[in-house]
Write a protein that binds this ligand. Structure first.
Ligand code: EPU
Length: 442
């Protein structure tokens, strides 16, 4: 039985939170350790569910994962890497999409990989076609088996000239993790260049890889025979930082986010300023606060880096329900990332969804049946409601809406939040939220 979170809203969130390593980097760095001939050390590792999942997956493949009890740093020793059975993999994969990234490293070390049918947040179809196409280009043989995909490299893996139809983060990571030890040169055009990708490249370079990133989304990788281990401090989670920044705005609060890094949040900070949020950057983090008065509406389009990231969209939409006028948000990365607005509307928000592209960023979803543009009219008073957490970012948005709302809300499914927000309940309580966790049966 799951937990029930009771939220008594109407109190500003005030105080300090610490953000550690990025959810969208740390699991991939852990996978990279499989490529090394020596052990690796990963620092600044958050205690989140995605890290537990990858720890389990690495362990069933024979990688020794140890955790320093004081610092939480992870030691990752791939010396005894071995095949795992599909049921062992299934037992650990949960609903994560990370298993797909095991393909290249496992083929390099043991010649094969099994990838269970993938989950991840329900924010669209989330196919893996780009991944399979690039893996085949390296020479991999992909075979559908019950419950997943078996993948092998009977003739080894060879560098390739590749071009992605869309700058997918996961597919770019797939290419990096495979090409570094493939024979010869790989050239990837149309690559994603998110900060987490640069951090993964830095990790691979520490291991001995040769990777060049050009300004036109082209990445060139010269394959090497052997890689060593790495010792690396993961970049902080810019998406968690942006989430707390939005929480400060939505609840009319004031939150110092230790670890938030301006460099990786430029597009977010511009938008935050335009909507009427205040922030102050220092060497250790960023203070975010609501300056009083009415927030301003705006027109916003999500995009790949260096654009306004899709994961920042949902928490900010809650703030836009409090802006004085009509805002438009065009989601161009995922086709179904507005499902979370249903609950906001039940709480009193005025949000209409449209199939048309309400913006100018080239988008794959126009003329198709996806409600991927939102028109938000504000300000509207939010009232407490009951809801089930739909996905990681949508769930965070529901919770901050409930914290800003008048009255009591009850949320189920809050375990999803642990996938990407470390010590979430402790942080909320530390910020003064009036919340209580109980068993959902009561
Ligand atoms: N896509 C395809 N085919 C593929 C792969 C992707 O069509 O084979 C499409 C997706 O359906 C989507 C778009 O390409 O429409 C972008 O997907 P991408 O591959 O970039 O996303 P991802 O690697 O699966 C990561 C993060 C997401 C984040 C996106 C975009 C992780 C574990 N997840 O997903 O994070 O939104 O990049 O930056 O790194 C989250 O943190 O809540 C989250 C969903």
């Amino acid at each position: 039985m799951g937990n029930l979170l009771t939220i008594n809203g109407g109190k500003p969130l005030e105080g300090r939170v610490t953000v550690r390593g990025a959810k969208n980097l740390v699991p991939k760095a852990m996978v990279a350790s499989l490529l090394g001939s020596k052990p690796s050390v990963l620092r600044n590792v958050p205690e989140i569910r995605d890290v537990e999942i990858v720890t389990g997956l690495l362990s069933v493949h024979g990688v020794k994962v140890t955790k320093d009890p004081k610092t939480g740093d992870l030691g990752l020793d791939p010396a005894a890497t071995k095949s795992a059975t599909s049921s062992e993999i299934d037992a650990h994969a949960g609903d994560s999409r990370i298993p797909i990234l095991f393909c290249g490293p496992l083929m390099h070390s043991i010649g094969e990989a099994f990838i269970p049918d993938l989950g991840g947040c329900k924010i669209g179809d989330r196919p893996i076609d780009f991944h399979l196409t690039v893996l085949r280009s390296f020479g991999a043989v992909v075979e559908k088996r019950p419950g997943g995909i078996h993948i092998s490299a009977p003739k080894g893996l060879t560098g390739a000239k590749l071009e992605l139809p869309y700058p997918s983060v996961g597919a770019t990571e797939q290419v990096l993790l495979t090409a570094v030890k493939a024979e010869g040169i790989t050239e990837l055009k149309g690559a994603a260049v998110e900060p987490e990708i640069h951090d993964l490249i830095h990790i691979l370079q520490k291991m001995g890889a040769i990777i060049t990133v050009q300004t036109d989304r082209t990445i060139r990788i010269e394959g090497v025979d052997q890689l060593s281990g790495f010792n690396h401090r993961a970049i902080p989670d810019r998406n968690e930082s942006a989430s707390w920044a939005s929480a400060a705005l939505v609840t009319q609060g004031d939150i110092y986010v230790e670890g938030a890094m301006q460099r990786d949040l430029t597009a977010f900070l511009n938008t935050y300023r335009k909507i009427g949020g205040e922030f102050e950057v220092d060497d250790d983090g960023i203070r975010f606060w609501h300056a009083g008065g009415r927030l301003k509406p705006l027109v916003l389009e999500t995009n790949v880096h260096p654009g306004f990231m899709t994961d920042w969209q949902q928490p900010l939409v809650v703030a836009l329900t409090q802006a004085d006028g009509v805002s438009i948000v065009h989601e161009t990365v995922y086709e179904e990332r507005f499902g979370f607005t249903d609950a906001l509307v039940r709480m009193g928000a005025s949000i209409q969804l449209h199939r048309e592209c309400l913006g100018s960023v080239p988008c794959r979803f126009g003329q198709r049946n996806f409600l991927h543009s939102a028109v938000i009219s504000g300000p509207t008073e939010l009232r407490g409601a009951d809801f089930d957490i739909p996905d990681l970012r949508g769930g965070f948005s529901h919770l901050i809406a409930a914290l800003a709302a008048q009255g009591t809300s009850r949320a189920t499914g809050i375990e999803i939040i642990n996938r990407g927000y470390e010590k979430f309940m402790d942080k909320l309580i530390g910020l003064g939220a009036d919340v209580e966790l109980s068993s959902a049966g009561r």
